[in-house]
Write a protein that binds this ligand. Structure first.
Ligand code: MG
Ligand code: MG
Length: 254
């Protein structure tokens, strides 16, 4: 069921989203060669708890850690481990936090040390694909308008779209209706209304679109081993521009 959030609920979602945003800002300087993904997870978890919140993903469908750390060819749901980040890696960190019963959800991809131009291209254009989707997230448009914008942008820059995983509603549960695919047709799908809160999250690859699941049942990897990026914001639909609950508009897209 797709729910419409009251202004009071939007304020609580903003509070949760802000904790997620602050956690990303906090972890950013630690993302350097030599740190393990488990250490990143622990730092994020401690920070979230210090804010009076709880990590949304811990225990969510059996996920064992606080945040997802997806390195290189891992698209999403990477389980933190003893892997030490290396110069030239890219890492997507997906953070969820819950406070007063409401969640925020945002993923961001980061460069580790010096990354090559292809990876810079992948990160830049996946981030911009997210903002293309966000621009369409307004009352009167439809879910398909968001997916179309993301897909169209990814196609333009020759990036593969992971289709098996999609964005979602956010509220009292970190994953709720509706599904928000990163592909679609203009003018089709659910009508967007003021007060809906959704996570838009393009997962783009530098190779083809095929994915596999690792044996651990969580790590989603690209079949051709190409690198993948993941950018996500939780946003509230209004009659005008959407409110980004988990951060700030970047890259002059305001
Ligand atoms: Mg997420
Ligand atoms: Mg999400």
């Amino acid at each position: 069921m797709v729910t419409i959030k009251s202004p009071r609920e939007i304020e609580l979602l903003k509070e949760a989203g802000n904790i997620v945003y602050k956690t990303h800002q906090y972890i950013k300087p630690f993302i350097k060669p030599g740190i393990t993904t488990k250490e990143i997870d622990k730092l994020c978890e401690d920070f979230i708890i210090k804010q009076g919140a709880t990590p949304s993903f811990k225990g969510c469908e059996g996920f064992p850690n606080a945040v997802c750390t997806s390195v290189n060819n891992v698209v999403i749901h990477g389980i933190p481990s003893n892997y030490k980040l290396k110069d030239g890696d890219i890492i997507s960190i997906d953070i969820g936090a819950c406070i007063k019963g409401y969640h925020g959800d945002s993923a961001w991809s980061y460069e580790v040390g010096n990354v090559n131009d292809d990876d810079k291209y992948l990160l830049k254009h996946t981030e911009l694909a997210l903002y293309e989707g966000i621009k369409e997230a307004r009352a009167g448009n439809r879910i398909g308008d968001i997916g179309y914008a993301v897909e169209n942008y990814a196609n333009k820059y020759n990036l593969g779209i992971v289709r098996e995983f999609v964005g979602h509603g956010v509220g009292r549960s970190v994953h709720e209706d509706p599904n928000v695919p990163n592909y679609g047709n203009k003018g089709q799908g659910l009508l967007l209304k003021k007060g809906m809160v959704i996570a838009i999250e393009p997962m783009l690859t530098f190779g083809d679109e095929e994915i596999d699941m690792d044996d651990d049942g969580f790590n989603v990897v690209t079949t051709d081993n190409s690198k993948a990026a993941h950018y996500e914001h939780t946003i509230a639909i209004t009659d005008g521009d959407p409110i980004i609950l988990t951060g700030e508009i970047k890259n002059g897209k305001e």
